[in-house]
Design a protein around this ligand. Structure first.
Ligand code: NAI
Length: 341
């Protein structure tokens, strides 16, 4: 396709609008030509601002001739219906994570995509597009320093509001680690466990904070991920990979070093949207390029399914305080070129 890809965005809330802006203002080869939202009044103002056609009905937008491809950025429970509509229309679809909240819903998407005979779905796991994770991936893939044995990771936020409750540490925060570490190591998980630390004074009654998720992979790599979402001071993502011959660390995004007032150091991010802004740009640009070439290069519906199966096991482990086995069948041939970035 030589012309611009015409994109329709469903759900024009926070991330929906940032995707519209990056496509229209920063990236190349695409333009948002339509948007849809259940909040009709608000949706119309967004359509007017970005000069695109508004649809009160998302399925109508997907089926219309106004768009070539779809971005789904509604709240999680509605991802399935719109991804399914895109598959039915034979249109490429980028769905923000999670593909769907329940593994069964992800499985229905996988089955529908396989029945249609063509990969169309990409899931918005943007960590795979972060330069630092890509550098780690290269070294691990080549076994430059031997086999990876253990990973120590952390996912820290400055603060969350009262709507953020205990299950969300796995399902909304550490789901990113679940995906990116599976991609880094190129293997599935075998078991999950979640343990609690002493609660911070900054938490509230419905949130155990911090929590530690422990995963093992099928080959025996041991991973611990700390989710601490009320640190009070920073957005901090750590990933230390202990290999046989070296310890590898995810690099910090670079910032100038400042020496002043008897202090030497550099600013760090306090928010995920600035920490990963470049990753989002690369992610959506690569999705545009692949879509125009008629391919899905990024995280597939199967990756979305694998992520939710693992998250469900970790949630069960947290609720039962037991180690839970992760039962998942082999990747189907259809999805075999799995880690294709
Ligand atoms: P939001 O609440 O700001 O926006 C959601 C929008 O969807 C709202 O405008 C709402 O009116 C609309 N909506 C709700 N139900 C709908 C329906 N049935 N049909 C059409 N529109 C509907 O939410 P936010 O923060 O923008 O998140 C959206 C999605 O993006 C979520 O699934 C979230 O998990 C994901 N996300 C992913 C991130 C990442 O790091 N990859 C970061 C932030 C969000």
């Amino acid at each position: 396709m030589n012309t611009e890809l015409r994109v329709g965005v469903i759900g024009v809330g926070a991330i929906g609008r940032t995707h519209i802006e990056r496509i229209n203002e920063k990236l190349q080869g695409a333009k948002v030509t339509a948007c849809a939202d259940v909040n009709v009044e608000f949706g119309k103002t967004v359509a007017e601002k970005y000069n695109c056609k508004f649809y009160a009905n998302g399925e109508e937008m997907i089926a219309s001739d106004d768009i070539d491809a779809v971005i789904v950025t509604t709240i999680d429970p509605f991802h399935e219906q719109y991804v399914m509509a895109a598959i039915k229309a034979g249109k490429y679809v980028f769905c923000e994570k999670p593909l769907a909240p329940e593994p069964d819903a992800c499985r229905r998407i996988v089955d529908a995509e396989m029945a249609g005979g063509k990969k169309l779905v990409q899931v918005g796991f943007m960590r795979r597009y972060d330069l630092g994770y890509r550098q780690l991936k290269e070294v691990i893939k080549n076994r430059t320093y031997g086999e990876p044995l253990m990973l120590h990771c952390a996912h820290r936020n400055p603060a969350v509001d009262e709507s953020y409750t205990t299950p969300m540490a796995v399902e909304n925060s550490m789901i990113h680690e679940i995906d990116v570490l599976r991609w880094l190591l190129d293997e599935d998980y075998a078991t999950a466990e979640v343990v609690f630390a002493k609660n911070t004074r900054r938490t509230h009654k419905d949130l155990m904070d911090p929590q530690i998720m422990i995963l093992t992979t099928k080959s025996g790599v041991r991973i611990d991920v700390e989710a601490f979402v009320n640190t009070g001071h920073c957005y901090d993502i750590k990933c230390e990979v202990c290999c046989e011959d070296a310890i590898l660390n995810l690099p910090e995004p670079s910032n100038i070093e400042v020496c002043a007032n008897a202090f030497r150091g550099h600013a760090i991010h306090s928010d995920w949207s600035t920490r990963f802004v470049e990753a989002y740009n690369v992610e959506v640009q690569e999705w545009i390029n692949a879509t125009k070439a008629g391919r899905v290069d990024g995280p597939t519906a199967w990756d979305g399914y694998a992520g939710q199966v693992t998250a469900a096991a970790a949630s069960k482990a947290r609720d039962t305080q037991k180690v839970v086995k992760i039962e998942m069948e082999e990747t189907p041939e259809f999805y075999k070129i799995r880690f294709c970035l």
